[in-house]
Design a binder for this molecule. Structure first.
Ligand code: CTP
Length: 202
């Protein structure tokens, strides 16, 4: 199978030297890419900025912003059998990024943001037998919100986790299937969860 995996955060530039982002390390996405490659699958990893080295035997595409990640996923989606969106994609980006450096002025400052494109939603109807796996980072009403995302993004599986997973080698997560099945992992190595995700995809 051909796995298309996204990982890491995106960066949304305010000006040339400042950006909005999140603390995603990329570890979970890189573990999924590695687990798929180790099982003999063809893998393309689209990654936002991280400190990690790409796993062996994986095609690697480095991106920075949500828009760049969208374009890379759209290019590779047609030939993939499975898309696993692990990336922590920024939902908002500065409406008018500035080339150069914004100089400070007296008083406060308002920053206008606009929504980025939801990548999973953008490919939802181009499924055609492809398996789509999403992640859900939830803080409140976790199961309910994850099931809602599973439905609205037309996913085959969603992996529910919490913010404690950021910057950690371990995660507590639940794989929820569109068929209602659930598999829970309590403080489990990301590599173990990654293997379980790859095995779930058939
Ligand atoms: N995602 C995406 N495109 C975006 C934002 C998120 O494809 N612009 C994907 C993520 O990679 C993840 C899933 O959607 O697989 C859910 O991401 P999450 O941040 O939990 O939820 P959002 O859909 O952004 O909703 P909210 O932030 O309101 O909870």
């Amino acid at each position: 199978m051909y796995f298309l995996v996204t990982a890491g955060p995106t960066r949304e530039h305010i000006d040339s030297v400042r950006f909005l982002s999140n603390p995603s390390s990329g570890a979970m996405g890189y573990a999924v890419a590695e687990a798929a490659a180790q099982r003999g699958h063809e893998v393309c990893l689209v990654s936002g900025p991280t400190h990690l080295s790409p796993p062996k035997n994986v095609e690697f595409i480095a991106v920075t912003s949500a828009q760049e990640m969208l374009e890379a996923v759209l290019r590779a989606h047609e030939k993939c059998d499975c898309l696993v969106m692990v990336a922590a994609v920024c939902d908002y980006t500065p409406a008018q990024p500035v080339r150069g450096k914004i100089k400070k002025k007296p008083g406060g400052m308002n920053l206008e943001l606009r929504r980025t494109t939801d990548i999973l939603a953008a490919v939802a109807d181009a499924g055609g037998g492809k398996v789509h796996v999403g992640f859900a980072l939830e803080v409140e009403d976790a199961l309910e919100n994850a099931r809602e995302k599973l439905k609205s993004k037309k996913l085959d599986f969603i992996v529910l986790n919490g913010p404690a997973s950021f910057q950690s080698d371990e995660t507590t997560a639940t794989i929820i299937g569109a068929d209602g099945s659930t598999q829970h992992f309590e403080r489990t190595a990301k590599k173990t969860l990654a293997a379980a995700i790859v095995v779930s995809v058939r």
